[in-house]
Write a protein of this length. Structure first.
Length: 569
């Protein structure tokens, strides 16, 4: 309530000033005092109730706007009540009109200032530009399960929740728990009366984000303070009451600590100058205990270690917009547009997609394209560290004819028009030296159907598959068979290997039949395209083989030639 009282008090500054002017100008002092207090009390209650619902941050633009609104509604009433008993109704009008004019002028100044500080907002970003673009390595882990698919599976599992009619799923958040990358989604109340009946939610769901066959797990953990709770138990209001001068970025998300306890996490920032534009050099994160309502505020990089996304996806999206559009200020973003880049809206969370690198740190990936319409070339991409907020932009040879993420999605969309399958979550990988878009193919319900590997420099070079490993192997084989993709194999030396076949499988997809096998006492997974060695389709356990192989990633071997004892002789 304290934040609301402070905000409402500030909102009546102009009204009090007008009442003071009338008190000085008019003769009926007692009438003015009585009417002013009467209207102030009624107005304070009405506006306080509205602001309790809206919870605007205490910033200069918000306070100016609220003052103009309050004065426009309640000052004419006060003026009419005072002037009703006097003959002259013009005294004080000029002064009051001047006060209004100055306030409106202040709003205009703030509005104009919002454009002038855009360059400062761009400069406030902790950023680095890398001239040499390196697409993501295969060891960087994207989210393989689309949010739609994860949410669909969680919704179907709601029957395990007590009183499921009270709840719906809240915001999905990606996090690493016990070494596994998972979606976390809290239960949220579906309405006011459900909150009144339920008082507290029952827990949250998790589901692996890198395994398309994973099923959700329900974790019982009662939460009293949530995004969907009302009155003092609402997360946004808990933060607002303590830090009303901060602007909250997006909706608070749930992250789980090492003991399985959920916490609500919310990114905050203070505005720049006299505007509401964010100062991205001073971002905070609020962490709320959903059982007790206890709140702690941290610098984003000082948050508890279990928190992966102390910088929210909404704030990361803002950073991308400010970084790309206002590189040379607002005027340049409208006229000329020199060096302007626009983030593509292809991410799993807003326009960004979370990934995890080898060290376990989460970043937000977004590719950037030209503001010119009908251009589907990638100018580069950004990675925003989800704890520090540091933005790294990679460009260089990215703009040499490499399609952007929207182009990659369109290729998938056109492949299955009769099934209405769509491309989702494109991530740019470096597959054996070739920039490659890896895209999930989803049905209309958001359920995973297959993977698409698309050569970012050749829209006709596409490989589809049912599994990540199988599709990657097929794509690598296809790269080796294409004379224009010599860089895919030149960096790997050919080895001669031989041994006894221990296990063998044949994988069939729309583009090729692939044979994969293991040798006795050898952990390497050998893969070959059956079109190059048709007899390999008859490979069985116990066969003796001699091969010319290119070994990748320690345990992956691409077979170029094979001799099978008893078949090739």
């Amino acid at each position: 309530m304290l934040g609301v009282i402070i905000t409402t008090t500030f909102a009546f500054t102009l009204y009090v000033l007008v009442a003071l002017v009338l008190f000085i100008q008019k003769k009926q002092k007692k009438t003015i005092i009585k009417n002013s207090i009467y209207i102030f009390v009624i107005g304070f209650i009405i506006m306080g109730g509205l602001l309790y619902l809206i919870m605007p941050a205490i910033t200069i633009p918000n306070i100016l706007l609220l003052n103009v609104i309050v004065a426009a509604i309640f000052t004419p009433t006060l003026y009419f009540m005072i002037e009703k008993g006097e003959k002259s109704k013009k005294s004080g009008t000029l002064i009051i009109s001047s006060i209004f004019a100055v306030s409106v002028l202040g709003l205009i100044v703030v509005f104009v200032a919002g454009f002038t500080v855009l360059d400062d907002a761009h400069q406030s970003i902790n950023k680095e530009v890398q001239d040499q673009a390196e697409p993501l390595n295969k060891d960087d882990t994207p989210i393989a399960v689309a949010p739609e698919s994860a949410r669909n599976k969680m919704q179907k599992a709601m029957s395990v929740v007590p009183n499921p009619q009270y709840y719906d799923l809240g915001k999905l958040q990606v996090q690493k728990i016990d070494g596994n990358i998972v979606y976390v989604a809290p239960l949220e109340f579906t309405g006011f009366w459900k909150y009144v009946r339920g008082k507290e939610t029952e827990g949250y769901f998790t589901i692996e984000a890198t395994n398309v066959n994973a099923q959700p797990d329900y974790v019982e953990s009662n939460m009293m303070y949530t995004n969907s709770s009302y009155f003092s138990k609402n997360i946004k209001r808990v933060i607002y009451n303590e830090y009303p001068h901060y602007i909250q970025s997006g909706e608070a998300q749930v992250e789980v600590d090492d003991d399985g306890k959920p916490w609500y996490v919310q990114s905050l920032y203070q505005p720049m100058s006299i505007t509401n534009k964010p100062d991205l050099s001073n971002v905070k994160v609020a962490v709320i205990d959903p059982v007790t309502g206890d709140l702690s505020l941290y610098d984003t990089d000082k948050a508890p270690e279990f928190i992966e996304g102390s910088v929210s996806s909404e704030l990361a999206e803002q950073q991308n917009n400010y970084f790309g559009k206002y590189v040379h200020g607002w005027l340049n973003s409208v006229f000329g547009k020199k060096d302007v880049r626009i983030p593509n809206d292809s991410g799993t969370e807003k326009s960004v997609t979370p990934i995890f690198d080898e060290s376990g740190e989460m970043s937000y990936f977004t590719d950037m394209t030209s503001p010119k319409e009908n251009i589907d070339s990638a100018l580069g991409y950004t990675l925003i560290n989800a704890r520090t907020g540091k933005l790294t932009y990679y460009n260089g040879d990215m703009n040499n004819g490499i399609m952007d993420s929207e182009g990659a999605k369109q290729i998938v969309n056109k492949e299955f028009p009769e099934k209405n399958w769509k491309g989702s979550m494109p991530i740019l990988y470096n597959i054996d030296g070739n920039p490659t878009w890896v895209v999930n193919v989803l049905d209309p319900n958001g359920l995973f159907k297959r993977y698409a590997y698309i050569d970012a420099s050749d829209s006709d070079f596409v490989v589809f598959g049912d599994t990540a490993r199988g599709t990657l192997d097929s794509y690598r084989i296809a790269l080796q068979q294409d004379p224009s993709k010599v860089e895919a194999s030149d960096d790997v030396k050919v080895e001669t290997r031989s041994g006894t076949v221990n296990r063998v499988i044949v994988i069939t997809n729309e583009t090729a039949r692939t044979v994969q096998f293991l040798l006795v006492d050898d952990d390497t997974i050998y893969t070959l395209n059956a079109s190059n060695a048709p007899l390999a389709l008859f490979l069985k356990e116990g066969d003796q083989v001699t091969m010319q192989v290119k070994i990748r990633d320690q345990q992956v071997g691409i077979v170029e030639e094979i001799a099978i004892e008893g078949l090739n002789e």
